[in-house]
Design a protein around this ligand. Structure first.
Ligand SMILES: Cc1cc2nc3c(=O)[nH]c(=O)nc-3n(C[C@H](O)[C@H](O)[C@H](O)COP(=O)(O)O)c2cc1C
Length: 142
């Protein structure tokens, strides 16, 4: 089974564009990948997939978006032991601190984290989309 849920939050579409390209790369590598807005999926539904690719931009002051995504991840966090997880998201003026913190939380939850989280500055350009497809293909093979 190689069934991936790509679950994202996105305000202005940049992380959503990453999610779509990651799913495309995963499908091209032979996996099944479904793209879901975080508001459209429960924690139980998410855990029904073999692998989770989770996407959220840097918000607030270098944190996950606090109203929808953070509560979802906080509820998922304690149940990620042994789960294959990939992290991604877009950022603006920062240096990726939100992603480093998110990786530490995910590793602390004993998930099997796929590499480093993929971060892209603002909207992904062609090169960024290619990185996303490659990330998705790599996660499909993970
Ligand atoms: C309220 C708000 C807070 C933000 N906080 C950060 C931040 O702490 N660090 C950063 O690098 N970018 C920050 N950004 C920039 C976003 O991460 C960036 O625009 C990103 O591309 C948005 O992704 P999205 O289109 O998926 O919503 C912030 C943007 C907004 C609107």
């Amino acid at each position: 089974m190689n069934n991936i849920a790509v679950i994202f939050w996105s305000m202005s579409g940049n992380t959503e564009a990453m999610a779509q390209a990651i799913a495309q790369g995963a499908r091209e590598a032979g996996a099944q990948a479904e793209v879901l807005a975080v508001t459209d999926v429960t924690v139980d539904q998410a855990l029904g997939y073999d692998k989770l690719a989770l996407g959220c931009p840097a918000m607030g002051a270098e944190v996950l978006e606090e109203t929808e995504f953070e509560p979802f991840f906080a509820a998922l966090e304690g149940r990620l032991g042994g789960k294959k997880v990939a992290l991604f998201g877009s950022y603006g003026w920062g240096d990726g601190q939100w992603m480093r913190d998110w990786q530490l939380r995910t590793e602390g939850a004993n998930a099997n984290l796929y590499g480093d989280g993929l971060i892209i500055n603002e909207a992904p350009d062609e090169d960024g989309l290619a990185k996303c497809r490659s990330f998705g293909a790599g996660f499909a093979a993970y």
